[in-house]
Design a protein around this ligand. Structure first.
Ligand SMILES: [Zn+2]
Length: 139
């Protein structure tokens, strides 16, 4: 088995840290307003719909459709090689989440293609291990 790839550390502030803890368990969870049901992404203190502070970390199905994509040819992080394909996915539950595309050539991407989340173990640049979520095309 090959060593896990190294990735830049994610933001793990008060509201972001649980997202990465759930990812470690291979669960894609986002804050969902306990009062109106709207999802919050990126994580934050208040609901963008009703300003409620109440929420629960709700598991998403991990399925969605291609909303947009791009391929970075400029290297922004020493840990992430280029070309670096990013897919913006409209999840079944509504939130739009960007992550890497894995398992397919980006030339296969088309709008509205079905995708699913996949998790990969990584070593953070500052040390320690974690898990990142990525998108792959549904075969
Ligand atoms: Zn709300």
């Amino acid at each position: 088995m090959s060593a896990p790839q190294v990735r830049p550390d994610p933001v793990r502030g008060l509201y972001d840290a649980p997202l990465w803890e759930y990812a470690k368990q291979k669960e894609l969870r986002l804050q969902r307003c306990s009062d109106c049901g709207e999802f919050r992404y990126p994580p934050g203190s208040h609901c963008p719909g009703c300003l409620s502070e109440n929420f629960q970390w709700t598991r998403l199905s991990g399925r969605g459709r291609v909303y947009a994509w791009c391929v970075f040819h400029r290297q922004y992080f020493p840990e992430i090689p280029v070309p670096n394909p990013i897919v913006v996915v409209h999840t079944e539950e509504g939130p739009i989440i960007a992550a890497n595309l894995v398992g397919s050539d980006p030339s296969a991407l088309r709008l509205d293609l079905p995708v699913e989340v996949t998790f990969e173990p990584v070593r953070w640049a500052s040390g320690g291990e974690g898990m990142i979520f990525q998108w792959r095309l549904v075969k």
